[in-house]
Design a protein around this ligand. Sequence first.
Ligand SMILES: NC(=O)c1ccc[n+]([C@@H]2O[C@H](COP(=O)([O-])OP(=O)(O)OC[C@H]3O[C@@H](n4cnc5c(N)ncnc54)[C@H](OP(=O)(O)O)[C@@H]3O)[C@@H](O)[C@H]2O)c1
Length: 352
Amino acid sequence: MSILIFGASGQLGQALLASAEECQVQYVDVPRQVEVGDEASVMEVVRQHSPLWVINAAAMTNVDKAHTDVETAMSVNGLGAGNIASASTSVGARFIQISTEAVFDGKTKSKYVENDACSPVSVYGVSKLAGEHLSRILCERSYILRTSWLYSSRRGMNFPTRLLSQLDSSSREVPVVTDVIGNPTPTGVLARALFVLVENPPAYGTYHVCSRDSASKFEWATEIAATAGHDVGRIVGVNSDDYPTPAKRPRNVDLDASKFITTGVFGLPDWREAWASTSACSGGLHDSGPRKIHFSRPIYCSPNLFGHTHRISRGNCSVPLLSERTMKGMLREVTRLAIGLPQLPEPVHDLL
Ligand SMILES: NC(=O)c1ccc[n+]([C@@H]2O[C@H](COP(=O)([O-])OP(=O)(O)OC[C@H]3O[C@@H](n4cnc5c(N)ncnc54)[C@H](OP(=O)(O)O)[C@@H]3O)[C@@H](O)[C@H]2O)c1
């Protein structure tokens, strides 16, 4: 069985490569030079390898950057997913798109199930939602796996590694928000769940795949500090209103993963168990720096789909905040562009 992996150099991508090795799965890691927003390059690499499965772990994940670089966010997270979905269909491959809790607004008090209405509060969330829609439209044999608060010991850009470096580098208190809730999920757990899914595929569709139970950033930070032997009193709870970020985050998203759990393919751990075992394996999760990957395959390049005639943003990428109308318009536009139809079919319209 061969699996093509986009985003192999990212934190989830690295865990996927490690799990593929462990599970002795035959895989191909797509070189970073293949821009996922570039339809022709994506098609070329997928057709070249003609895999049975394609996994898309590539994304623009910097939520604040996406806020000001809307065009790139939509190109990578929206069209990129669509390009890969469409290329997967063309070779008869099954497709797994990784998505996020950020497609929800976080205003619901109860857990979010897969069919709950999506209403992202950030450009990142909109772009990932566009990617979900395009994946479903362009590949019937697709899985959308939504996850939350990913972390790993291999890359520095995640919450535990950033927090630990702050705690290590000074003795000052560290403010952490108490009112933002999510499901801290190790990339290793998601990667293993994914390969178990590939071995025993459930029905196509959307699944939440994350640690069970939720935590506030503050609770998680306290656990991280305690595991690493720091004084937990240095973690000071604050309200997110007092620490504004350029892009909004959904406040309270607890993903309900029961649909995935009841498929029986993989038991997901509680976030504390997951944290305990991940940090134990990595000596307190101090960042060991990115693992170097050597790509042996050629560089792919071709004209970008976002030529001047296909620009979908308003041209000015530093728009501070998009109105709901503009975001929805972009979503429609990206969908229309990718499926090449002048009018969106009714079911797609409903999705928007
Ligand atoms: N991180 C989280 O907390 C979180 C939570 C929920 C869901 N997710 C989702 O999980 C998936 C994996 O996230 P992650 O944390 O592993 O992200 P990551 O570490 O930022 O990795 C993303 C990967 O995508 C690559 N990439 C970016 N732009 C690209 C482009 N135009 N063409 C091709 N590749 C491109 C990046 O390469 P460069 O680094 O070289 O740009 C990197 O290898 C994403 O779909 C993300 O939306 C993440």
